[in-house]
Ligand binder design. Structure first.
Ligand code: 1CP
Length: 344
């Protein structure tokens, strides 16, 4: 187990061939995923069905031999466990009940009352810990408080996170109540995933880029620091990956400030910039453009080599800069892995 390539990278080892996994590796670009999702009925039923959620987690491992599997679930299950209504509109995305006043917040559950709803997720982790190949690392995850709050406050995905920014500025006390509840609940959620068998956890702050200056420090850095500090206290040997997507200069020093073991980079920064400014502090993950999974060809081969070789002097986990899209071609995923490992 100590020899898993992902864990080596997260301990700071430089490897001649970096380990690889892919954001949204279980997803709609795979016909076997679409079949299992249809069998489950809908996306949320799939998330809460441990046997089928484990099955879709394993599908990309069987097909491609990735070095890590990421638990199949969603960042919006936590708000649902806190008492928000959650549903998905086909072709559009998530919808949630909103929080506009203190009484909406008061109606939510506490951090210790989330596990009844989330228990199927822990069951999925337990199945995966049994069934994954010995060399494959199991990654658990949660959304970062800010990103989850943007959905809870708007009731849906938004291009500019407007409603969350409006509450942050208009009723900061209520906004901070939401952030603080999500911070303590995320600790309990990830703690349970680790106890069920997750070997690494990742905190997805997909909308961190819309927080600037002091707001980035208060609502992206500080919650990640608090979550990391408490998880490290409870589980000193479990590495944590942070993903403050589109943070720009906010990536610089993020690992030192928060204590995360690895920083995932998106495509708003070049590999050269990431190596010079972020990898100097430790492991990085990323950052091939997801569009190469659609377009393929020689450009894909060249860019896989470019990303790999630019990060070759330090600890690196190869990944995309964001999730693979439903229109991607699975053959391009295979070509990415083959190219990455060509000198092995
Ligand atoms: O139709 C379908 O089958 C649903 C598509 C889908 C999938 C495959 C959604 C809905 N969620 C997921 C799974 C998922 N979500 C995983 C599983 C593991 C894997 O990566 O394979 C993970 C880690 C997530 C995390 C997630 N959900 C994030 C953070 C990462 C990111 O992509 O930035 C976010 C923002 C969500 C919210 C969400 N869930 C689903 C959608 C369509 C969205 C985005 C809504 C929006 O655009 O704002």
């Amino acid at each position: 187990m100590a020899d898993k390539t992902i864990l080596k990278a997260l301990r700071g080892e430089t490897q001649s061939v970096p380990p690889i996994w892919m954001m949204r590796q279980a997803g709609r670009y795979l016909p076997e995923y679409r079949a299992t999702r249809a069998q489950a009925g809908d996306f949320l039923k799939l998330c809460y069905n441990p046997e089928l959620a484990a099955e879709v987690t394993l599908q990309p491992i069987r097909r491609f031999g990735f070095d890590a599997a990421i638990l199949f679930a969603d960042i919006l299950l936590l708000p649902q466990a806190l008492g928000a209504d959650l549903w998905f509109v086909t072709g559009e995305g998530p919808r949630l009940s909103t929080i506009t006043q203190q009484s909406d917040f008061n109606a939510l559950k506490g951090k210790d009352d989330i596990h009844k709803v989330l228990n199927p997720v822990y069951e999925t982790v337990k199945i995966l810990a049994q069934e994954l190949p010995d060399e494959t690392t199991l990654i658990g995850f949660a959304g970062a408080p800010w990103t989850v709050a943007t959905y809870m406050l708007a009731g849906r995905g938004t291009p500019d996170q407007g409603p969350a920014h409006a509450l942050r500025m208009g009723n900061n006390e209520l906004f901070e109540n939401v952030i603080n509840l999500l911070t303590v609940s995320t600790i309990e959620y990830l703690d349970m995933q680790i106890r069920a068998g997750a070997e690494v956890v990742k905190i997805f702050d997909s909308w961190a880029g819309s927080l600037k200056g002091e707001a980035f420090e208060k609502y992206a850095v500080e919650p990640a620091r608090l979550i990391t500090r408490e998880l490290k206290r409870r589980h000193p040997n479990v590495p944590i990956i942070g993903f403050p997507r589109e943070a720009g200069d906010g990536y610089i020093g993020f690992a030192k400030k928060t204590g995360v073991d690895c920083v995932a980079l998106d495509n708003s920064v070049t590999p050269e910039w990431g190596a010079a400014n972020v990898q100097v502090d430790g492991c990085v993950q990323g950052n091939l453009k997801s569009s190469h999974m659609v377009t393929g060809g020689q450009d894909l081969i060249d860019e896989v080599r470019h990303v790999r070789d630019t990060f070759a002097k330090g600890p690196h986990i190869f990944n995309l800069g964001h999730g693979i899209t439903p229109d991607a071609d699975p053959d391009n995923v295979a070509l990415m892995i083959e190219t990455l490992r060509e000198n092995a």
